[in-house]
Design a protein around this ligand. Structure first.
Ligand code: ADP
Ligand code: MG
Length: 356
């Protein structure tokens, strides 16, 4: 097991990168605590797989260093780094049996056959393929093959870290849930450092102690699910976490007041904005109330989603979403008020602080 340090990592796939746009990873400087369970969350193309491959050693970064427990491993192979990696699509030996596929990583390290057998049987049970042990892997379905891949990643319990790159994409929803809880259990039992890549916020939020959010080649926030929800540090995190995501509106700040179009809100504090007057105001749909008092809005649609309803409206010439409990009545000529404590202020997309 090891603490993993990413020291000023940058990566460009093409030759002669010039601007930030040429980099798939712009600047990643981060430490993964030994034994931590992290989800790496971000939209397609933001650099998750690139970062994972750099940690495992499949890819050499253009700049920067990787350290395991303080030791520089930047030039070491995946095998020398002692890392298990599970990819989005099955990586297995088609002509071997299911059993031998799982035994391979253990036999490869010279583990005694009795231990191999015990461990393989445990994993077979976990991935629900015990009955298929003697079959050739090529005879299995795509999701069974992916389970073998997952099993191969988990079969050794002496690795420094296990990296999962969206491993459950092709697995059906129920089995996904089962495997996810098994992963959590194994993590508790063996304490390996675990990085789990996903673009699915629900998966990330239910899975990890810490969620690392990536956007356009950068880590924009690391936090618990509650922190990401309550204090998004970048407008992207606001949009991406939550359903619907945070409302973000262009606004102007003057002292402790914020103007959005013709509406003025008194924050009660003057936010630090590094001198910028033009800012963005973020408010989650859950923290807007509708009543007879407040600022004018015009409701365009109410969507019933079971225990809640989503109100789509226009406020100060901006589209806005409001989430209400299903039993809340919407008054005619409803007006909106924002929960002042839940307002976030952003300058250049980054959260700015309060100042007395
Ligand atoms: P993610 O896993 O978050 O979807 P990737 O790490 O795969 O993102 O990709 C990050 C960026 O790097 C994307 O713009 C992608 O097009 C580019 N990219 C990924 N792999 C390669 C490659 N082998 N060659 C060139 N560009 C690549
Ligand atoms: Mg990817």
């Amino acid at each position: 097991m090891a603490r993993i340090t990413l020291d000023h990592i940058r990566h460009a796939y093409g030759p002669n990168p010039k601007t930030d746009k040429d980099y798939a990873l712009k600047e990643v400087d981060h430490e993964w605590t030994d034994g931590g369970a992290y989800a790496l969350l971000g939209p397609s193309g933001c650099g998750k797989t690139t970062l994972l491959n750099i940690i495992s050693g499949l890819l050499q970064p253009s700049h920067g260093r990787i350290l395991f427990g303080g030791q520089d491993v930047t030039t070491l192979s995946t095998q020398a780094r002692n890392i298990a990696q599970v990819f989005q699509f099955p990586v297995i030996y088609d002509t071997m049996t299911v059993y031998d596929n799982l035994a391979f990583p253990l036999r490869n390290r010279g583990v005694p056959e009795a231990d191999v057998d015990r461990r393989v049987r445990e994993i077979l049970e976990m991935i629900d393929l015990s009955d298929w042990a003697k079959r050739k892997a090529q005879r299995l379905t795509a999701d069974q093959k992916q389970k073998i891949s997952l099993g191969r990643g988990l079969v050794r319990n002496d690795v420094n870290a296990i990296l999962f790159d969206e491993p459950l994409t092709v697995i059906d929803p129920h089995m996904k849930w089962v495997l996810r809880s098994q992963l959590k259990r194994l993590h508790k039992q063996f304490g390996f450092t675990m990085v789990y890549v996903t673009h699915d916020q629900t998966e990330a939020l239910t899975f990890a102690e810490k969620v690392v959010v990536m956007y356009e080649g950068e880590i924009v926030q690391i936090g618990t699910p509650a922190e990401l929800f309550e204090r998004p540090s970048h407008t992207f995190v606001g949009y991406f976490i939550g359903s619907p995501g945070m409302n973000v509106m262009p606004a102007e700040v003057a002292g402790s007041t914020v103007k959005i179009g013709s509406e003025t809100i008194n924050l009660g504090y003057a936010p630090k904005t590094n001198g910028a007057a033009k800012i963005e105001l973020g408010i989650r749909p859950e923290f807007i109330r509708l009543g007879r008092e407040g600022m004018p809005i015009s409701i365009s649609k109410v969507e019933d989603i079971g225990r809640q309803k989503i109100v789509r409206a226009r406020f100060a010439d901006q589209p806005i979403a409001i989430v209400l409990a299903e039993d809340v009545e919407i008054p005619t000529d409803a007006r909106a008020s924002f929960d002042l404590d839940a307002i976030s202020i952003y300058a250049g997309s980054w959260r700015v602080g309060r100042e007395g």
